[in-house]
Design a protein around this ligand. Structure first.
Ligand SMILES: [Zn+2]
Length: 580
């Protein structure tokens, strides 16, 4: 009998695996998965499977009676014990999301509030995945709220792009709404702030407002608010022109927190709104709309990136003045990769200069860019969960995302040969033959392909350049050859077939056969910026020959070009390199 109670370490290990599995499968751990993970950690258990199953079942049952918070607590207590296991599973690392304060199962409401002013990127993915994970963790709700109160930058195309991005990430919000749906309600609260003298209509020119903020001075509109009672109706009745007046919160012009120096709550924007047309031209700022919406939508835990930290004081003060319920505020660090900026300020010049013409350009960290490059939504999620909630402003390496993706795409990527800048290879003593190659070394469901070879082959110029007369080389999956002649000028090799025996002591190279290849290109994306400067080699096109089997593949199919890397088929003659 396996001594589990006597072996507290073994019990802890099983508990840890069960909990981890429960978190990954919506609370229902699977005994078979637990067994295989246990064997991975403690191989000596393999011989004791029969005895260990009832033990695992008992632990699964014990854990199933725990509340989510108890589970989290136990899991966290067990965590330090498993550094070793963590190392082994590096990229499988489970989420480390701390429990939320004041969170009750079934009552947590989170929200993802993007502005529809661009295509969603990896930073949005992080935000919405955190929102969704917490909602799931507490069996709560997730709201998708388009924060669309700045019509200058917003387009219908972007609402759709955000919905598509969420769909790709397999995130289904419980409610989808727009801040603009509530514009009348926000007007009501805005007017209330002015009537209560917590806000005022300011008719100073923009530069004056800026200067006063800098000098920490109050303007006449604020100091003598009582002298201008008519301004509020004048403003909300639409009698001011753009830039003639704004409504400002009565904060503290002396505050060290600059966002408290009478921030703007409403401004006039004469621009057609993508959903409401020209019906309104008085628009609330994010500073006003976000706290009101969060409070009215029932959001219990509002999460946003650390860059908004200074605005938290304003957020809560607005709710205070309006006597509205206050959500908990949780911050997390922004996600961005080194050399792959998400800010529009950096991307815009590339678009203006026609360097980037599509939002799905494989160099962009937009979700459609990552998708087109060949990343899976599953890898994006696993990567983001592995980061957990941290406040440290570090830029994680892109390679971590690649390694998550590699593990996922490896099993369904067809192995094919591609030769870049092809050079001819004649085999003097070869007879025409048909060979059958497996499309994947381990996944038989990907089938096999038949290749007709004769005495003419092509190899990549990189390989050609390394070859010397007399070298022995293996043509992968075929046979060994000995180089007889090299014509450096015409880039032609002549060789003899020697034998078929697999030898480890000679180089192996990929090839395509003259009778079975097609022209093909591979786009290789790299980071957009190196040392803050645009990387001229950020998108390189490799041209060459690929096995004609590629003609049977469809866009989105995955390939691993042998000795090159993983690619996604983009169109009939092009693939995009996802990663090595
Ligand atoms: Zn003023």
């Amino acid at each position: 009998m396996v001594e589990v109670d006597g072996d507290s370490n073994l019990k802890s290990i099983i508990q840890h695996i069960v909990l981890k599995n429960a978190f990954e499968h919506d609370g229902k751990p699977r005994v078979d998965v637990v067994i295989s993970r246990l064997i991975a950690v403690k191989p000596e258990m393999r011989s004791k499977i029969k005895e260990i199953i009832p033990v695992i079942k008992k632990i699964v049952e014990e854990i199933s009676y725990m509340t989510l918070i108890e589970k989290k607590k136990l899991f966290e207590n067990l965590f330090p014990l498993f550094e070793k296991e963590k190392e082994k599973e590096d990229t499988k690392k489970t989420v480390h999301f701390p429990p939320l304060v004041n969170a009750k199962i079934g009552l947590v409401v989170t929200r993802f509030p993007p502005e529809p002013n661009g295509y969603p990127h990896i930073g949005h993915a992080k935000a919405v995945i955190i929102d969704e994970e917490y909602a799931k963790m507490y069996n709560g709700k997730l709201i998708l709220r388009f924060d669309d109160t700045n019509p200058t930058n917003e387009k219908l195309e972007y609402y759709k792009a955000i919905l598509d991005g969420l769909e790709w990430l397999n995130i289904k919000p419980d409610l989808i709404k727009n801040t603009s749906d509530d514009i009348e309600i926000i007007y009501k609260y805005g007017k209330e702030l002015v009537l209560k003298k917590n806000a005022y209509v300011c008719i100073c020119v923009q530069n004056k407002i800026k200067e006063n903020r800098f000098l920490q001075q109050e303007c006449d509109c604020r100091v003598n608010q009582d002298n201008y009672p008519e301004r509020i109706d004048h403003f909300f009745d639409g009698n001011f022109n753009e830039n003639q007046a704004v409504v400002r919160f009565k904060g503290d012009m002396k505050s060290q927190n600059t966002s408290m120096r009478d921030p703007t709550l409403f401004r006039i924007i004469n621009h057609t709104h993508p959903l409401l047309g020209d019906k309104y031209n008085i628009w609330p700022t994010y500073d006003l709309a976000a706290p009101i919406e969060d409070s009215l939508d029932g959001v219990t835990h509002a999460m946003r990136t650390k860059e908004y930290e200074l605005r938290n004081e304003l957020y809560f003060e607005i709710l205070d003045k309006l006597s509205l319920r206050k959500p908990e505020m949780i911050e997390f660090s922004r996600l961005e990769f080194e050399g792959l900026p998400v800010s529009k300020r950096k991307i815009k010049p590339l678009i203006e200069n026609d360097i980037i013409t599509r939002w799905d350009d494989p160099r962009l960290p937009t979700l459609i860019g990552l998708k087109r490059r060949g990343f899976t939504a599953e890898a994006v999620r696993k990567f983001i969960l592995s980061l957990g909630i941290t406040l440290a402003e570090t830029k994680p390496s892109f390679e971590i995302l690649e390694s998550f993706n590699r593990k996922i795409v490896d099993s369904d990527s067809i192995r094919l040969f591609f030769v870049k800048n092809p050079c001819k290879l004649f085999i003097n003593n070869n007879e025409a033959e048909k060979i059958l190659l497996k499309n994947h070394p381990n996944n038989d469901s990907l089938g096999s392909r038949e290749i007709h070879v004769n005495n003419i082959f092509y190899i990549a110029d990189d390989d050609f350049n390394k070859i010397k007369k007399g070298d022995e080389i293996r043509l992968m999956e075929l046979y060994n050859i000995k180089i007889d002649k090299i014509d450096d000028k015409e880039k032609i090799l002549t060789a003899f077939m020697t034998d078929r025996e697999i030898r480890r002591d000679i180089p192996k190279i990929q090839w395509v056969s003259d009778g079975g290849c097609v022209d093909y290109s591979i786009l290789v994306p790299d980071i957009l910026f190196k040392n803050e400067k645009f990387n001229e080699d950020s998108l390189v096109t490799l041209t060459g020959f690929c096995e004609s089997h590629i003609n049977l593949l469809e866009p989105d199919d995955r390939i691993q070009f042998v000795r090159m890397g993983f690619c996604r088929v983009d169109d009939a003659s092009t693939a995009i390199m996802t990663h090595k």
